[in-house]
Design a protein around this ligand. Structure first.
Ligand code: BG6
Length: 496
């Protein structure tokens, strides 16, 4: 089969180039792609930020972070030299007028001598308040050429109206198919594997519905707190930061109908259908179907940690660092099948997983003494230890009377494929350079996700209730356990 089309030289411009996302994620991802020979000759990487800095200082800053975020085994001297030669830096005041000519000149210099126009990718790793302004400035500077693409980091706005406003401002400069709204969860190997699992295997399709599936759980738990990001996080909270994007994207991939092809609209049309079929949660449902929590001082992985309010220096903050939601999809495939979503900071372990809980056997033929029969469960582990585990019942070995015991089929990607798992950004940045938008969010998708999320935000606001406390290092407030227990269910615990 033919591989992806060869990539022509391009300019990759990062706004917020000296910021955390750029240095921790974007530069290491581009470096790895260079290491694997995927960056074409002549590809340039230009950092921009307000702070004046010459190219050598920027390169030293990038090197310092690459040494931290790329393993020493992969930080090869020859690749670093090649990568350093691609780097440039232009000081720009994104909100003002300074520096734009400098950027235009730097990009003109790279395009001279090449055959045909070079693609430019403008990566906006800045606050969303600046997205519209930067796009307008790019236009005025003559840089929003037809072959240019723009990448928007989440969050796109902080509610439906502001996201519409951002999308409209960016859309006034760039055509929709040149706007790449990134949700890095879609670039994770294990998330793409979920599509392979569902659509490259005939096995699951006939049982992937309300007839066979009892419920689905999606958990994204983190051990980290919000230190260093308090200013952003406190204005956002877990619902906006994680549910509106990452968790809903995972829900879409589990619940969507098989698309007719992997092309961008095939997949995105199906995801939008799921988002628009989500039952709105409002009024009395807010209390019974959602839980918001905030961590208090505790211990995570053996280390004592401060509570949320102390960590960000706002002891009275009412922002949630944990959310649990019972979501429901009103369509033929999923009617009556709850999707329990849960995400939080300062939890006991870093774990992202999707649990598909099948229904119990319809009739039990074994005597009670044979033991309890648990229903089958498919666990798709996104991180760490990416893999898929199918929980089954089997007979315990032995010649006596039959005894049943839980067992599992385990596919560990690390053990099976024995290769480095690329970071999500590596795949996504190359997709932007190639102009492939399948793994990026379309405008209607982002807006549909906001519409559903917003009704929960409004419900919380109207209720004026503070988030429930939970101890750092626990699985969230007890109300999150009650949320599933009320339905006679429990959160999945991996015991083996
Ligand atoms: C980001 C959120 O989008 O995703 C962070 O803003 C969160 O708060 C991060 O920590 C989690 O990503 P990952 O890839 O570490 O699961």
């Amino acid at each position: 089969m033919a591989g992806p089309a060869a990539l022509g030289a391009f300019d990759f411009i990062v706004f917020g180039g000296s910021g955390d996302l750029s240095l921790r994620k974007i530069m290491p991802a581009l470096f790895h792609r260079d290491l694997d020979g995927e960056l074409p000759q002549g590809a340039r990487i230009v950092g921009t930020a307000r702070r004046p800095m010459d190219r050598a200082v920027f390169a030293a800053l990038v090197e310092e972070h690459l040494r931290r975020h790329v393993s020493s085994q992969h930080f090869e001297a020859a690749t670093w030299q090649r990568f350093r030669d691609r780097l440039d830096y232009v000081a720009i005041d994104s909100a003002g007028d300074k520096g734009w000519d400098g950027l235009a000149t730097a990009l003109k210099a790279t395009s001279s001598g090449s055959d045909g126009p070079r693609a430019s990718v403008f990566y906006l790793a800045t606050s969303p308040d600046l997205f519209g302004e930067i796009c307008r400035k790019l236009k005025v500077a003559g840089l929003a050429r037809p072959e240019a693409r723009v990448v928007l980091e989440k969050p796109i706005g902080h509610d439906l109206a502001s996201s519409r406003a951002v999308n409209a401002e960016v859309g006034a400069v760039f055509a929709e198919d040149h706007i790449f709204r990134i949700d890095h969860y879609l670039g994770k190997e294990s998330v793409q594997n979920l599509m392979a699992l569902r659509f490259a295997n005939a096995l699951f399709e006939t049982i992937w519905n309300r007839g066979e599936i009892d419920h689905v759980q999606i958990t994204v738990s983190e051990t980290i707190g919000v230190a260093g990001r308090g200013a952003y996080y406190d204005g956002a909270g877990a619902l906006r930061d994680m549910v509106q994007n990452h968790l809903l994207q995972l829900l879409c991939l589990v619940a969507m109908e098989p698309p007719t092809s992997m092309d961008s609209d095939g997949v995105r049309d199906e995801k939008v259908k799921v988002l628009t079929a989500l039952k709105p949660i409002a009024g009395p449902d807010i209390a019974t179907k959602t839980v918001r929590g905030q961590y208090r001082a505790g211990a995570v992985e053996g280390q004592a940690v401060a509570g949320y309010g102390e960590e960000i220096g706002r002891p009275d903050s009412a922002t949630e660092s944990f959310v649990a939601i019972k979501a429901e999809i009103a369509n033929w495939r999923w009617a009556g099948v709850p999707f329990y979503l849960r995400t939080g900071k300062r939890m006991p372990e870093r774990r992202s997983e999707i649990v598909v809980q099948f229904r119990a056997v319809p009739h039990l033929i074994f005597p009670g003494a044979a033991g309890h029969v648990s229903a089958n469960r498919l666990v798709i582990r996104l991180q760490p230890d990416e893999g898929i585990k199918l929980h089954l019942m089997s007979k315990a070995p032995g010649a006596g009377a039959i005894r049943l015991t839980p067992s599992h089929l385990n596919l560990s990607f690390a053990e099976t494929f024995k290769t480095r798992v690329p970071d999500a950004y590596e795949r996504l940045l190359m997709d932007v350079a190639r102009g492939q938008p399948t793994l990026f969010m379309r405008r209607d998708e982002v807006e549909a996700a906001w519409r559903w999320t917003e009704s929960i935000m409004e419900g919380w606001q109207a209720g004026d209730e503070r988030p429930k406390p939970y101890m750092a290092g626990s699985w969230g407030p007890s109300a999150a356990i009650a949320l599933v227990q009320r339905d006679g269910r429990s959160w999945h615990e991996d015991m083996d």
